[in-house]
Design a protein around this ligand. Structure first.
Ligand SMILES: [Zn+2]
Length: 304
């Protein structure tokens, strides 16, 4: 009799656990799932190195999605000599507007950015799912969320999608790579209405999410990331890299806009800059964590 009662209790517990799990699953990462879908749509255009028709198509896709949720977009075109000759680059900028003012004429307090190009490889199929299609997708989802839920915050932010982050050679050097962010940051350098801070997302959607901030992260932004991660119960996914990292935040910091690079630990990923960086390594749960932490940071730094 006793053992039957225990059995009934166990069955009841198991049922409750199953129901809880199903509920959790259903309540699960809406924003992350949306970002996963956007990542897939970007990757469907194929490799997107600077100057390619595929990159043009991806810019068009991102701009159309942003405009659907009330953002006004603008291309920022420029040319540079590179190790493969002269290349035409184009950043994409976006600001939020309800149509009552010119969004480009008011100051913004924050920049939220990612790189939209994928590294050029002639000998392999490289689509850069987490480097950095997933970050662009996350920003599109964040932009849609802010437009609906935080329009006042949206008005204080400029979104930027940098072209030419990747070097044409093996590694980024002072002459090769960061083309878009260097051009963009230069436009701010001499202005006195600079945004107060920037958030750069790069490799933020991989399974078993592991984010490592560069060691030279501005201290108050490092605090803001870790506080947001704790508030979201995601602190186990966040840590510090052993040294500085060369990425699109560097020209922004140099131009006087303190910027944090929320970047995945590419040194131990195994797939970084290989054909393994494809949709299979992208996780809606990881994307959801990165999106929620970013939104929480914006709440803290800009006010709800
Ligand atoms: Zn890369």
């Amino acid at each position: 009799m006793k053992s039957r009662r225990i059995l009934v209790m166990l069955v009841a517990l198991a049922t409750a656990a199953a129901v809880a799990w199903m509920w959790h699953d259903r309540a699960s990462p809406k924003l992350g799932t949306a970002a996963h879908e956007h990542t897939a749509a970007i990757l469907a255009k194929g490799p997107r190195p600077p100057g390619s028709p595929a990159l043009d198509a991806v810019r068009g896709l991102v701009r159309a999605d942003l405009e659907k949720s009330g953002w006004v977009t603008q291309g920022q075109a420029f040319e540079r000599m590179t190790p493969v000759g002269k290349v035409a680059f184009e950043n994409v900028r976006a600001r939020f507007s309800d149509g009552t003012d010119d969004p480009w004429k008011r100051p913004v307090r924050a920049i939220l950015c990612a790189h939209i190009d994928s590294k050029l490889y002639k000998d392999r199929h490289f689509v850069g799912a987490d480097d950095a299609a997933s970050a662009c997708a996350a920003i599109v989802v964040i932009a849609d969320f802010l437009a609906r839920e935080r329009p006042e915050q949206a008005r204080q932010i400029e979104l930027v999608f940098f072209d030419g982050e990747e070097a044409f050679g093996e590694n980024i050097t002072p002459q090769d790579g960061l083309y878009g962010s260097r051009h963009y940051a230069n436009q701010w350098r001499a202005r006195d209405d600079k945004p107060a801070f920037g958030i750069l997302l790069d490799m933020i959607g991989h399974r078993n999410l592991s984010i490592r901030l560069p060691s030279d992260t501005p201290p108050h932004l490092k605090e803001a990331v870790f506080a947001a991660a704790r508030a979201e119960g995601a602190e186990s996914h966040f840590g510090m890299a052993p040294g500085p990292i060369i990425d699109d935040h560097v020209p922004l910091n140099f131009a006087g806009i303190p910027t944090v690079d929320i970047i995945g630990d590419f040194t131990r990923s195994g797939w970084w800059h290989t054909p393994g960086d494809n949709l299979k390594i992208i996780s809606a749960e990881s994307l959801d964590i990165s999106i929620r932490v970013t939104l929480r940071m914006l709440d803290e730094l800009l006010g709800k």
